[in-house]
Design a protein around this ligand. Structure first.
Ligand code: ZN
Length: 243
């Protein structure tokens, strides 16, 4: 188990949907932003299926979720871009077309560290999370080698490290003491997801109690991860530094 990478100059976090990055590594991104890193978000799908309400207009939800993602990034202190690839929610593939796009953004944004879903997490149900994880891994391979996608006309780029969140076998902890509030604020910024992913019914009489319970579960998760490396609050990852 290792603790804390050096603060990267540039970090690129790749998520399947708006909100995945905040759940997976929000506190780490807040810590790095505060230390001067430029933090970018790359969101693979349009998030159009992120509602339990059959009357929700999917096109309107896409627009809402992009705004929420930008607000969440701001809550983390991130000063980089929020890039939306716009693949259909629930139907993300990790084929050559998608890999082309991820490699393009890695070459363009030149991240020191890339963060993404662990595509090898066992018993994972949601295909978008698995494919987004594969795209982070395979996008790096394409971005680092000059003979992949030469029509991009961008210099090839090899990041120094890949951190996989939701890791099947975590072996690296980022100490995020002091950044739990930023993570919570960023998660709350995904207002359209309060009910479906955070269990908060904002119209309920006890909405405040539900919100407090969600915050407590999130803080418990940071404490559980921190315990792996004897820090009060942590986010756990699989670290791949041989890129
Ligand atoms: Zn997701």
């Amino acid at each position: 188990m290792s603790l804390n990478l050096p603060t990267p100059a540039v970090a690129l976090a790749i998520g399947a949907h708006p909100d995945d990055v905040e759940f997976g590594c929000g506190a780490t991104l807040a810590k790095w932003s505060a230390a001067g890193a430029v933090v970018h978000h790359l969101i693979c799908t349009d998030g159009a299926k992120g509602s339990w309400d059959p009357s929700t207009d999917p096109a309107a939800l896409v627009v809402t979720r992009q705004a929420e993602q930008r607000a969440a990034a701001a809550a983390l202190g991130a000063t980089g871009q929020c890039v939306f690839l716009g693949w259909v929610d629930g139907e993300l593939d990790s084929g050559v077309r998608q890999r082309w796009e991820v490699a393009y953004w890695i070459r363009r944004l030149q991240p020191t560290v890339v963060l993404g879903h662990d595509p090898w997490k066992r018993y994972r149900l949601h295909p978008d999370h698995r494919h987004a994880g594969l795209l982070a891994v395979e996008g790096i391979v394409a971005a680092r080698d000059p003979h992949f996608f030469p029509e991009q006309a961008l210099p090839h780029h090899r990041p120094e490290a890949l951190l996989l969140f939701e890791a099947d076998e975590p072996d690296h902890i980022e100490d995020v003491g002091g950044y739990a509030d930023a993570k919570l604020a960023a998660l709350h910024a995904h207002t359209s997801q309060l009910l479906s992913t955070m269990g908060i019914d904002a119209s309920a009489d006890d909405a405040e109690r539900q919100r407090a319970a969600f915050d407590e579960r999130t803080l418990d998760g940071l404490a559980d991860h921190g315990r792996l490396e004897s820090v009060a609050q942590g986010e756990a990852f699989k670290l791949i530094s041989d890129l």
